[in-house]
Design a binder for this molecule. Sequence first.
Ligand code: PMP
Length: 289
Amino acid sequence: YDDRDGLIWLDGKLVPFRDAKLHVLTHGLHYASAVFEGERAYGGEVFHLTEHSQRLIDSGKLLDFTIPYSVEEIDRATRETVAANKMADCYIRPIAWRGSEMMGVSAQQNKIHVAIAVWEWPSYFSPEAKMKGLRLQISDWRRPAPNTAPTKAKAVGLYMICTLSKHKAEREGYQDALMLDWRGQIAEATGANIFFAKDGKLHTPTPDCFLDGITRRAVIAMAKGRGIEVIERPMQPEEMAGFDECFLTGTAAEVTPVSEIGPYKFTPGKICQALLGEFDLATRAKKAA
Ligand code: PMP
């Protein structure tokens, strides 16, 4: 990913993509003192930009560091990076990390760096292809309890078990994995939130130990706007047997129906279709109009 044309915003200025490098003794690399975001621009406009910039700053605080820019400055830098790369539709990756001044667990004085990169990352599937649904494995790894890790942060360290889960799922012929939480309740996929539907209502786990995704919240609002009831509650894995539809939400995943999770089967239907359409209207279709 580093051998590309274009520009990356690094600590306040745009630098050539290939030159945005850091030292091997960077604290963020050794001790996971790093937080990041994932965003998308549609037609040159970043979907829910300020919520993402705010979450980046909040994630930094949860890792005991202060990002040296305000929400407005991060918003502006993000727009500047998208515009400088002349990409109307792209994925955006802001990241903040502790630098290399001191080595060791404690590195209170290390400089906090921020970078923003963008690249083309089209939606994997057309709405028609998405309706076939993904196959998910149930991971052996569990999301940690809120007193085990800062679970509200989009922190790099929390992705270690996501990569382990997704690699195993892919090796065994699945596209993603569902992770349970430390109590054994349904949590989320490795980079997306999860919803289930039956009797025209949506059910989704309460995000008390995993990311309350910005797409998740947008889709809840879209569903409510269509008069679909949304129930947030603790969900047990055995309950999956009783649902007709299932889908994932996330910046990269957007709205992606699921057809299988371990032994449980779902058929993407009316609710998936309606929310895929609604999401498309709020993003691609709106910008194309
Ligand atoms: N959970 C995890 C683990 C994620 O990585 C993501 C993607 N950022 C999400 C949920 C969905 O969050 P969002 O809708 O804000 O992209």
